[in-house]
Design a protein around this ligand. Structure first.
Ligand code: MSP
Length: 647
């Protein structure tokens, strides 16, 4: 395997502040960086800002600032956002930096000397928003598909890059290198575009129209077209042509972009590199678009999601997890408040949060917090847990390297769910009661080891969580950063370390109001008052004494209990409450049938029956919920006879 890896984001325009879309791409790049680093590979991660062109001049004018001052401000906002989100890149390139301009001029000169740049008069449909000419066939109903405006016909003398000369080479290259552009849908899109004749690319703008750009080295009446300038950032930051970083990392370049900028990256850039005599990048990785509440995110709609406010309300790791779990890389996705909360509560508060707290609590209760020996008293369920973890690790790696983050996370969650199930099946509480220390140590060790494996796998996506899990296991949290390097085997967790039970990592979110991430308000300088997600359980609305009297609460005794086949969380209970009845309760994660049998509980006796998994449930039993979502039965042992009213 290659020992080096180079990952880049697009350099973002400084005409808008960082939002959810930019954040997704940067989180993807940071996750990839962490994944490879934790596998022992050297990674260089580049991001930055694109600061030339009409759009920036226009935005600066609106603010009444000179373009450089304006660019400094917004570029600073991007850098600060990535810093606050714990993902500073190894380098942050700005196209107004001298080191970049120097390489752009050198590159232009090389392509010019090669005979691939010529001067000509050109008339065409120009979209000022995109800063490029459009072919008729690229327009939708005569309008630019991105800006929904009719382009203007303009005629100018300009310099052109002989892109058409490299069309056949590019087609063969894409065909021979199957994963050059991925996922495949974008490779197909590019090949289909290339099936029509490719036009040459206009790469200059006369200074009479635009001065905010890099002057051409061979004609100072012109500045460089912003895309020709911007794409070169990927090598100027590495110190092309002689820089050591360039030689080390360029052969392993992985660009991450969204579908909006496919054409410049898939067509302009490889042909530019070919002309300059530079090897193409290794992969172009293209993702889809985030829409917000099913609408395109845009300033004019006022629905632009601010990543920092979302991070404050949700927590950094939960935000990162949501982005990677809920978008299939390559397809569009919808950002929706309910989806965020549902994902958080089910995957993080419930599955992962519970596994962590119950495992550590048991280690403290049964072994005074000292990690026991794995022991020799093995059972088939141990083997199943280990096999699940090892298979998941293999799948996880494959998916991460394929950028199928949602699948990688699903593989990890299989281990989490299997581990929760393992606890229920192994019944450590019964082993403790029976004094079966040998088996008990094996079970607790396996749960802790499973947590270690899980931490290594969630690290690239949820770095803080992984570090906290390592710290709770008594391991040096720093070690999780290299956790995947050669750790595909089971049983690495040393016995004898002391664990501790951390504060709940993901307290459940209960909310009635929409958890509004800060949304930029259209034409308003005052930020809208932030509505926080309430991380508390809100009391229900007040009821009257008459309402209360409608509820028939009875003391009930559980006579027998069994699991409901095909439903991990359900138990079927036979209860005595002045008459026998069947109740289906969602308690299987917290009580075994044996533990619950014989308990005196409180039954809501006049609840309308419902059918669950084909069983009619005639009532509900009361339980209290702790802040990690764990349920405990409200028991009233020895207080009265089954069927007695509870008031
Ligand atoms: N400056 C150019 C890129 C030059 S790279 C040599 C540019 N900048 S941009 O600020 O418009 O950023 C576009 C990129 O931001 C997308 O390709 C994507 O990475 C990210 N996103 C912006 N909005 C997005 C969504 N709504 N959804 C997902 N990502 C999107 O284009």
């Amino acid at each position: 395997m290659n020992r080096n890896f180079y990952v880049t984001t697009p350099i973002y325009y400084v005409n808008a502040r960082p939002h959810l879309g930019h954040t997704y791409t940067t989180v993807v790049a940071d996750t990839i960086k962490r994944y490879y680093q934790s596998s022992g590979i050297n990674v260089f991660f580049l991001t930055g800002t694109d600061e030339h062109g009409d759009k920036v001049v226009e935005a600066a004018d609106k603010e009444g600032l000179p373009p450089q001052e304006y660019a400094d401000m917004i570029s600073g906002a991007f850098r600060a956002t990535w810093d606050k989100m714990g993902m500073p890149a190894d380098d942050f390139i700005r196209t107004t930096e001298e080191r970049h301009k120097r390489v752009v001029r050198l590159f232009l000169q090389q392509v010019y000397d090669q005979g691939d740049i010529y001067f000509s008069r050109y008339g065409g449909n120009y979209c000022f928003g995109c800063e490029r000419f459009y072919l008729d066939r690229e327009l939708v109903d005569g309008k630019c598909p991105d800006h929904q405006v009719e382009p203007q016909y303009i005629e100018e003398e300009n310099y052109f890059f002989r892109m058409s000369k490299y069309q056949d080479w590019l087609i063969s290259y894409i065909k021979e290198n199957h994963d050059f552009i991925r996922p495949e849908r974008y490779r197909n899109e590019v090949l289909s575009f290339l099936s029509e004749p490719l036009e040459d690319l206009c790469i200059s703008r006369p200074k009479t129209r635009l001065t905010w750009g890099i002057t051409l080295p061979f004609d100072d009446r012109f500045v460089t077209y912003v895309w020709f300038d911007a794409l070169i950032n990927y090598i100027s930051a590495l110190g092309y042509p002689d820089g050591e970083l360039f030689h080390t990392y360029w052969p392993h370049a992985n660009h991450i972009i969204a579908k909006d900028i496919l054409k410049p990256h898939a067509i302009f850039w490889p042909t530019m590199l070919k002309s300059a005599g530079i090897e193409p990048y290794r992969h172009l990785n293209v993702h889809g678009y985030w829409n917000v509440e099913s609408q395109k995110m845009s300033k004019s709609l006022g629905n632009v999601v601010d990543p920092l406010s979302l991070m404050d309300t949700l927590g950094l790791d939960a935000f990162r997890y949501f982005l990677l779990r809920d978008m299939v890389f390559g397809l569009d996705s919808n950002f929706n408040h309910e989806a965020v909360i549902t994902r958080y509560n089910s995957d993080l508060a419930n599955d992962l949060g519970n596994l962590l707290s119950r495992t550590l609590t048991m280690a403290v209760k049964y072994f005074d917090g000292v990690i026991p020996e794995p022991g020799k008293d093995k059972s088939a369920t141990d083997g199943e847990l280990m096999a699940t973890a090892l298979a998941a690790t293999r799948d996880y790696r494959m998916y991460m390297e394929d950028l199928a983050f949602h699948r990688a996370m699903t593989a990890v969650w299989e281990v989490i769910r299997r581990s929760n199930q393992y606890i229920v099946e192994s019944e450590p509480w019964t082993l403790a009661k029976q004094g079966n220390r040998g088996r008990l140590s094996a079970v607790i060790y396996n749960c802790l080891e499973s947590l270690r494996t899980i931490a290594c796998m969630v690290y690239p996506v949820m770095p803080q969580t992984a570090e906290k899990i390592f710290a709770s296991l008594g391991l040096d949290p720093e070690l999780v950063r290299s956790g995947l390097a050669g750790s595909d085997d089971w049983g690495k967790l040393p016995s004898g370390l002391t664990v501790n039970v951390p504060e709940p990592l993901f307290p459940r979110i209960e909310t009635k109001e929409k958890p509004a991430p800060q949304v930029e308000q259209k034409q308003s300088s005052k930020p809208k008052k932030e509505k926080k997600i309430k991380k508390v359980i809100e009391p229900p609305a007040e009821i009257t004494i008459e309402d209360l009297q409608k509820v028939d609460l009875r003391l009930a005794q559980v006579i027998s209990a069994e699991r409901v086949p095909g439903a991990d969380r359900l138990l079927k209970l036979e209860v005595e409450a002045g008459g026998r009845r069947t109740v289906v309760a969602g308690m299987a994660e917290y009580y075994t049938p044996e533990e619950i049998t014989g308990k005196s509980v409180v039954l809501v006796a006049n609840l309308k029956p419902v059918t669950l998994k084909g069983i009619e449930s005639q009532g509900m039993i009361l339980a209290s919920e702790n802040d990690q979502g764990r349920l405990s039965l409200l028991t009233l042992d020895g207080v009265g006879k089954p069927g007695a009213r509870v008031r």
